[in-house]
Design a protein around this ligand. Structure first.
Ligand code: 3H9
Length: 682
């Protein structure tokens, strides 16, 4: 610890990259605090971060290991700070998350830079704050505001919390000098304000709040133990602080090893691994300041918005003035709505729009560092666009096709520079959805690939590398899943049984409700295109085709697998559909039998895991975790279940193999049974 200046000792949290509070850092802080308390020259202490963070909280890698329990554990360290006879002030810049914010809460006072981002994101790891957050935060900012921060887990800027009571001061610049001055002032006044926050909150008020919040829990929150535990912890705020802290600790420890917490920690790591290219493919990305988007439809406009939001200049190209005007208007409407909702100020909205240049003139492509084609999903159309791009784009520019299924190599072949071409599969709405599949063609160069991944990160997305295979990672798995669900309705389940089973495990929607929402005609068109190549021995469920032939194209025609009342989004069972399904079963000679929810889920998950193993064996997915990240980020797979690979790894291997054999028999000809080994590697 440096010599105290003016009687203030500064304890610097110094554990790059984010000052996570692992055992070594906890021990260092405890030792420095002890030294400061023992030093008569020290009147007060300031704890500050270094680098980009105050602290990102407990070390996620330590969870479930003995080091997490090694003294000083975080609550022990924070008790020491709170009980300190000399005032301790937190100087917060950068992020203060989880245990990092709890450390600040245990201090006698807090000074934050207005841009600091603070939050208690433990719920996103299947936990509750375990070092005082559930007890100290409500005492400072009130139950409702504290609950909101802990239940959504999202960081907030100190500026937005300036009036909340969380901070003693919010300052525009470096908080350290202000924190020093405050610490000295507190020392002169004879201590901090911690003692005032020992008492419990009014019991009746706490009970009423918790009862109401429990009633308001959403179904997906009820499936995760941390949400209920958070309310149990809040109930304890009516107790004196030491008892409340003990209750919180017990609840926290009961959550650490739950399947949900393990799955969420796995997702945390898998997500951070997925965004990095495997070592053999790494290269320095090219700088991208100006991007061109070709096609101003829903997808193109969404991509343009994502690029503008990330600070890039965007050239938006279309074939005709009317289409261009529609795209330009959609983008303007979006920024207007954001400004009206208070998410952007008018100046920011205007700035973002000013970086958009919408034009019919293809020669502007020469200004672009990166071109993203987002036109109609048809090979010949995309190839024609790529030929044109090849004529105008500057040498070395990265050329991307936004496609969900098409062959990136065939599109790249329309240019004379396949090394600069790759696929960027955005998900709709492109400015909202986090997933971005970055598709590596046979001749995609490392630099183009690295640029695609870096762009994804710059857009705030989770970019995942995929090989160039029909449907890439996500749609390949989703198709296998949907196909299995079709088998199940032919075997005896109804669409609503399947949908209910999947939403019952936390999927946002079931596969048949999704199909109705996206429109059955998309799949129908693809099925017809593939019909000539389909092996007649393959098990093929034709219910969707029959529905389409009847004009039942999904929600847009108020009828698909379900029927929909005008303006309603939830569908109803339809006897016509049941008859169609019964006829399909009869044609295949299947005696229908009811399928229990558990069987439906296992078959669906097994089909996904089987396809994941195939994708890994084929090298389409680079790492098992990548598959799970794709399913969670892009396909509504419940994050707290980890993903299909994570699920498979939790199953006894013998049971998995036996059930997969059954699945292969039920799938019949054309079902490719995978060797499951790739799921269990690394
Ligand atoms: C907790 O605090 C429990 C307590 O209540 C009770 C305890 C008793 N630990 O995301 P990035 C690593 S629970 C370990 O790529 P960004 C991360 O793995 C904790 N490592 O950067 C990555 O490493 P690598 C509550 C962590 O700038 C590197 O830092 N806290 C931790 O996009 C950069 O991360 C949270 O949940 C950690 N806590 O975002 C905070 N955090 O380079 C979670 C990060 O080897 N973290 N790393 O892949 C975040 O939200 C973001 O990482 C952050 C930076 C905003 C900090």
């Amino acid at each position: 610890m440096p010599e105290p200046r003016d009687g203030v000792a500064v304890i610097l949290l110094d554990h790059p990259p984010v000052n996570s509070l692992d055992h070594a850092l906890r021990a260092r802080v405890a030792a420095q605090l002890q030294a400061a308390l023992a030093d008569p020259a020290v009147a007060a202490v300031v704890i500050a971060g270094s680098g980009q963070a105050f602290s990102a909280g407990a070390d996620v890698g330590e969870f479930g290991t003995p080091r997490q329990q090694q003294s000083p554990v975080l609550p022990e360290l924070l008790d020491g700070i709170a009980a300190s006879a000399k005032p301790v002030v937190a100087a917060i810049a950068g992020v203060a998350l989880g245990g990092g914010l709890e450390l600040a809460l245990a201090c006698h006072a807090r000074v934050a830079q207005d841009s600091a981002r603070v939050g208690l994101p433990e719920i996103r790891l299947g936990l509750i704050p375990g070092a005082g957050g559930t007890q100290r935060l409500p005492r400072l900012i009130g139950l409702a505001a504290a609950h909101a921060m802990m239940a959504d887990g999202q960081p907030r800027t100190a500026a937005t919390l300036a009036q909340s009571g969380l901070f003693d001061q919010v300052v525009p610049d470096d908080p350290l000098p202000v924190a020093r001055a405050l610490a000295l002032r507190l020392a002169r006044q004879g201590g901090g304000s911690c003692q005032a926050r020992q008492a419990g909150l009014p019991a009746a008020q706490v009970q009423a709040f918790v009862d109401q919040a429990r009633r308001a829990l959403k179904p997906r929150e009820r499936m995760q133990p941390a949400y209920g535990a958070l309310l149990d912890a809040l109930l304890a705020t009516s107790l004196p602080l030491p008892q409340g802290l003990a209750r919180e600790r017990a609840l926290f420890l009961s959550l650490v090893s739950t399947p949900a917490a393990q799955a969420l920690r796995y997702q945390f790591k898998a997500e951070r691994e997925a965004v990095k290219l495997p070592a053999a493919l790494q290269a320095a990305p090219l700088p991208v300041r100006t991007a061109a988007v070709i096609g101003a439809g829903t997808m193109g406009s969404g991509i343009a918005i994502a690029l503008l939001d990330a600070g890039l200049s965007v050239l938006l190209l279309e074939q005709d003035e009317a289409a261009l005007a529609r795209g330009r208007q959609a983008i303007a409407d979006y920024f207007q709505a954001r400004a009206q909702a208070g998410k952007l100020d008018q100046a920011q909205a205007a700035q973002r729009q000013a970086r958009l240049h919408a034009t019919l003139d293809w020669t502007v492509l020469a200004q672009a560092d990166l071109v993203i084609e987002a036109v109609f999903e048809e090979l010949a159309v995309k190839q024609a666009v790529f030929r044109e791009i090849d004529r105008h784009a500057r040498p070395g520019a990265v050329l991307a096709t936004n496609t969900s299924y098409l062959d990136v190599d065939e599109i790249a072949a329309a240019t004379g520079r396949a090394q600069d071409c790759l696929g960027l599969h955005f998900f709709s709405p492109a400015h909202v959805m986090k997933l971005l599949e970055v598709v590596r063609g046979a001749r995609t160069g490392k630099q183009a690939l690295a640029t695609g991944m870096a762009l994804g990160k710059a857009l705030g997305k989770v970019p995942v590398l995929s090989g160039n295979a029909f449907g890439f990672i996500g749609n390949r798995i989703y198709n296998a899943y949907r196909r299995q669900c079709e088998f199940m309705i032919e075997d005896g389940a109804w669409p609503e049984d399947v949908d209910r089973a999947m939403t019952g495990m936390g999927f946002a929607m079931g596969p048949f409700a999704v199909a109705d929402l996206s429109g059955l005609d998309i799949a129908w068109r693809m099925r017809r295109a593939q019909a000539a190549r389909r092996d007649p021995r393959e098990r093929y469920v034709d219910v969707l085709d029959r529905l389409c032939e009847m004009g039942r194209l999904g929600r847009k025609t108020q009828a698909g697998y379900y029927t929909y009342d005008q303006g309603k989004s939830s569908g109803q069972t339809d006897q016509t559909v049941r008859q169609l399904i019964e006829q399909a079963s009869a044609r295949r000679g299947i005696e229908r039998r009811p399928l229990a929810a558990d069987e439906i889920r296992r078959r669906a998950l097994l089909a996904m895991a089987n396809e994941a193993a195939l994708l890994l064996a084929e090298g389409v997915a680079a790492r098992p975790g990548d598959v799970d990240v794709v399913l969670v980020q892009g396909y509504g797979f419940p994050r707290w279940e980890g993903g299909p690979v994570f699920w498979a790894r939790q199953q006894p291997r013998e049971r998995l193999e036996a059930e997969l054999d059954q699945l292969a028999r039920a799938g019949g000809h054309g079902f490719v049974r995978a060797d499951l080994d790739p799921l269990f590697l690394s």
